[in-house]
Design a protein around this ligand. Structure first.
Ligand code: GCU
Length: 388
């Protein structure tokens, strides 16, 4: 009977929390040479660039910024899509460098609501292309375009495979063709970096589209896409807001928290060697040796609003460790005078924290991004943009 009880609690994971060994996070507000960071200028001029470089060198790789030419071609346009509610544009974004090129297909619906321009949600789509069907024959909760349009938001998506195929043997066939030197550098860009790079090229396009309110671009990603979204927004401060769904290891979750059911650095580097740079492999089983932890990635997005999610059954992505990380990043938001409404311990399931610069919910259910999640994304964006 006792044995039974043990097996039961074990499989339900109730002892796992108690089993987490204590850990100490590296300090956000102290420079590498040990000086305290007390002012915004010290953060922006010294500590922030220092952290960005540490993330590039040890985890995500470089983010090359230069290219020779970018062009935009509308490949399909329907002014009265969704029964007239929306305007569809499919845009081929072509970027060239040294006679090499990469092409990103963007799908964009803007609302026909008489407004001059609209805020937009941009999804980094890491799942099947049918999720972002421009014909709307397939309607998916993963990218609920009608819901966004009905709420006055434009909604856009590109697929990760255009930027870097999600495959260890072929990830080079995309953005990395423009930057071959990255392939041999130990701190070189890999797939997650390339997906973030592509999100920034969509930003370049948005700048040219009068239907988009360029100051209100929300970047959205789920899981591996949620890791890329955080990294892209840390790099590119033009993104106004970020939504990172169930991003877990090397996303929102703290690396140093050894929570048994969750993914480890070794696991992620072994299954997905093409996601992060070569240097990151040195930290397999050595999270404590990292000069950064993931709360610092969220901090790099400050003072812009960030919303992260977990799911109650998604222990692989460590819900508690993901919450801890936004809690820790509050220090940097506080430098900007922004106080969040986060509670010291994680809120109960299905209890979103919306009226706050850092938002969060733990959805009841499995690893996914659903209409429930998007409903809260829209509420969070409404609060920040329109105070409603
Ligand atoms: C795997 C991987 C995670 C990732 C997830 C996803 O489970 O281990 O790191 O977030 O896939 O992208 O759905």
């Amino acid at each position: 009977c006792l044995v039974m009880l043990f097996v039961l609690t074990k499989s339900y994971g109730q002892n796992d929390e108690a089993d987490v060994p204590p850990y100490t996070l590296p300090e956000i507000l102290k420079t590498a040479d040990g000086k305290p960071v007390k002012k915004i200028t010290e953060w922006e001029k010294k500590r922030r660039p220092e952290l960005l470089t540490l993330f590039e060198d040890n985890i995500y790789g470089q983010m090359p910024k230069s290219y020779d030419h970018i062009s935009y071609k509308i490949t399909n346009e329907i002014a009265n899509a969704m029964n007239g509610k929306a305007h569809l544009k499919e845009v081929l974004i072509t970027v060239e460098k040294d006679n090499k090129m990469v092409a990103i297909n963007l799908i964009l619906f803007t609302p026909n609501n008489g407004k001059k321009n609209s805020p937009v949600f941009l999804l980094i789509n890491n799942r099947g292309k049918e999720n972002t069907d421009p014909t709307r024959k397939t309607i998916s909760e993963f990218w609920p375009a009608e819901m966004a349009i009905d709420s006055g938001y434009a909604i856009a998506a590109f697929h990760v495979s255009d930027a870097a195929p999600d495959n260890k043997d072929t990830y080079q066939k995309g953005v990395l063709q423009l930057y071959p030197e990255q392939l041999t550098a130990d701190n070189g860009m890999k797939a997650i970096g390339a997906w973030g790079w592509a999100a920034s090229r969509v930003m370049d396009y948005f700048k040219t589209d009068a239907a988009i309110d360029f100051d209100k671009v929300n970047l959205v990603g789920h899981s591996r896409g949620g890791k890329a979204a955080l990294w892209a927004a840390a790099q590119d401060q033009r993104f106004a807001m970020v939504f990172s769904s169930c991003s877990g290891n090397t996303g929102a979750a703290l690396a140093r928290r050894q929570y048994k059911p969750a993914e480890t650095i070794r696991a992620i580097n072994t299954t997905f060697p093409h996601w992060f740079n070569n240097n990151y492999k040195q930290y397999n089983d050595k999270a404590n040796a990292l000069p950064v932890d993931q709360h610092m990635l969220i901090s790099l997005i400050a003072p812009r609003p960030v919303y992260t999610t977990s799911a109650t059954k998604d222990l692989w992505a460590d819900p508690v460790g993901s919450y801890q990380s936004i809690i820790e990043s509050q220090k940097v938001y506080a430098l900007y005078g922004k106080k969040s409404a986060l509670t010291p311990t994680p809120p109960p399931p299905n209890t979103p924290i919306i009226h706050s610069v850092l938002g969060y919910h733990n959805r009841e259910g499995i690893h996914n991004m659903t209409a429930y999640d998007w409903g809260n994304f829209i509420r969070f964006a409404n609060f920040h943009y329109f105070r409603r």
